[in-house]
Ligand binder design. Sequence first.
Ligand code: PLP
Length: 277
Amino acid sequence: MQLAMINDKIMAMEDVDSAYLDRGLFFGDGVYEVLRSYNGKIFALDDHFTRFANSLKAIEITSVDVADIRSKVLKAFDKAAIANAKIYFHITRGSGVRDHLPKADLKPNFFLTISELKDNPKLKNEGVAVSTYPDIRWKRCDIKSLNLLPNVLAKGDADKKGAWEAVFVNDDGLITEGSSSAFFGIVKGKLRTSPLKANILPSITRKYVELAANNIGLPTAEKSLTPKEAQVADELFLAVTTKDIIPVVKFDGQPIADAKPGKWTKLLIEEFKKFIA
Ligand code: PLP
């Protein structure tokens, strides 16, 4: 007999709910997406599904029909009837007895949540502090995988330091991205951010920030910043689906310029609103 124990309850393996045997739980063997809606309309739906399809392909989950997942997401969004919603969903390779080598006939598991996204104007109006954390992640951060332990540790470290977000610094001394956001600086009249390589997530918000920068005549250079450069940058900000653009006013305890959201950042926030409309 194979036996299992869940908290204090001992049971036969056959009686274990398959959710406990999900490879997402054992190995982080799955990929996810986070989307948001503004006033009843999902933002950048196609971009998110293209990235999701890329993530699935990268980890060789081949039996999922992305069009079917898209219908599921739209159906749930309709049913939730939340105008400003955060939509989280993931696909794992499936449930089964713990073995690194997955059985060929596993059925992928789908899980979704939708919740209301409350606006937090304070973040945008006053900006946030960030702190650095070593980028101890794997070499395929372009895949939106469920393995987020380094991100969780980084965020916890930032919180202990009184910062809102952690930014990863890699072994070459370069800032890659935030624990759950893209990272930008404005240095000598140029927007700077890390180039899109396997070491960062291809952030959807980043794409629209770059479009907005182009629209307002702010040149972009895809070149990572060092922490030293960040500390003396004219402006810094973060970008993420659930919050779009958030000014950064403190970096590792050092105020950025006058410690207020910068003029380009504010212009980008305004320009970004046009994409939402
Ligand atoms: N980088 C990381 C590591 C993230 O987890 C996220 C979002 O969660 C982002 C960047 C921003 O991506 P997006 O703009 O697609 O939300």
